[in-house]
Design a binder for this molecule. Structure first.
Ligand code: CUA
Length: 332
């Protein structure tokens, strides 16, 4: 057991330093937006109150022990606990103060919950997010024939309210972007509505927080907040037809029953929509960076990278594999 402590320390350090590059690690002590600000203030407030309570109780306990040092208990001797005749009843004074502190934090919590219940302004965008084993399907709803699907990366306009509709595609998942909003479950058969707002452009890391199967930990996502102009340009770009290369046919034949790509005959819905894949920073719901090497490795053997994934290792000729990889790499 000598190695246990160093092992724990190593594991802790690994957790600290292994956050994916380019995005802040899951962080809930700072926030960026109308919804997060009151929650972050409450978090710090409760931490401060708790620390004060610990300090005061420790001081009182130490003072009590110092004033009345422990002594051997003599059986049959009357012990003098409780208020002195005519003195203050410190026990009840302590209970009263503790109750007031607790009541204050409860009231503050209820006020914050009411404050973040509904946004101050009308949502600019509605996004349907479906948790799937083990990735997130993102559906941009416009109602004007400009809908589209993407996966595991949620672009939003900074400074604007975004309405989210959360759905469980198979089992219960939970959506959490700590810097923007608290957790909300994605449950099969119902739609849970919530909202987010990012005050400034940036990338906000998110994670599924309801155990949903073996790859629960590899169900990451990112919220990419852009200036409204950049966001609308991104949306228009998403609607562009795919870039054709000679791997297109191999992609449609081998991948099209599970994956979609807008503007091709690939219309599968089991796996992520791969339109404009190269706009994304990661693949496999944050398990891999999005580059040629990772895409080739993923296509060759997904279960080796993400055991339990529903995507099997498909037998492909060398030509088809190279063609599919090149076709995907062309989709920016
Ligand atoms: Cu999805 Cu945990």
């Amino acid at each position: 057991m000598h190695g246990f402590k160093p092992l724990c320390l190593g594991f802790g350090l690994a957790l600290l330093f292994c956050a994916p590059a380019g995005a802040a690690p899951l962080e809930y002590l700072t926030g960026a937006g109308d919804k997060a600000a009151p929650v972050v203030a409450l978090t710090w407030g409760v931490i401060a109150i708790s620390l004060c309570v610990i300090i005061v109780i420790t001081a009182l306990l130490a003072a009590g022990v110092w004033k009345n040092p422990p002594r051997a208990i003599i059986i049959g001797e009357k012990t003098a606990i409780g208020p002195e005749e005519g003195g203050l009843n410190w026990l009840w004074i302590g209970v009263g103060i503790s109750s007031l502190v607790l009541l204050f934090t409860v009231v503050w919590t209820v006020i914050v919950l009411a404050e973040i219940q509904a946004p101050a302004s009308k949502p600019a965008v509605t996004i349907e997010i479906t948790g799937r084993q083990w990735w997130w399907q993102i559906h941009y709803v416009s109602g004007a024939g400009r809908d589209f699907y993407t996966a595991s990366e949620i672009h939003i306009p900074a400074g604007e309210v975004v309405r989210l509709k959360l759905i469980g595609g198979d089992v219960i998942h939970s959506f959490w972007v700590p810097q923007l909003a608290g957790k909300m479950d994605a449950i099969p058969g119902q739609i849970n509505e919530t909202w987010i707002e990012a005050s400034k452009p940036g990338i906000y890391q998110g994670q599924c927080t309801e155990y949903c199967g073996v790859e629960h930990a590899e169900m990451l996502f990112r919220v990419v907040a852009q200036s409204p102009a950049d966001f609308h340009a991104w949306w228009v770009h998403q609607l562009l037809a795919p870039v054709s290369t000679n791997g297109r046919q191999a992609f449609v034949q081998n991948c099209g029953r599970c994956h979609s790509m807008r503007g091709t005959a690939a219309t599968g819905t089991l796996g992520p929509d791969l339109s404009h894949l190269m706009e994304r920073q990661t693949i496999a719901s944050g398990a891999l960076p999005n580059n040629a090497r990772a895409i080739a490795a993923w296509i060759a053997n997904p279960p080796a990278i993400k055991p339990g994934t529903l995507m099997p290792a498909i037998k492909l000729s060398d030509g088809d594999r190279a063609g599919i990889t090149n076709f995907l790499l062309a989709q920016n």
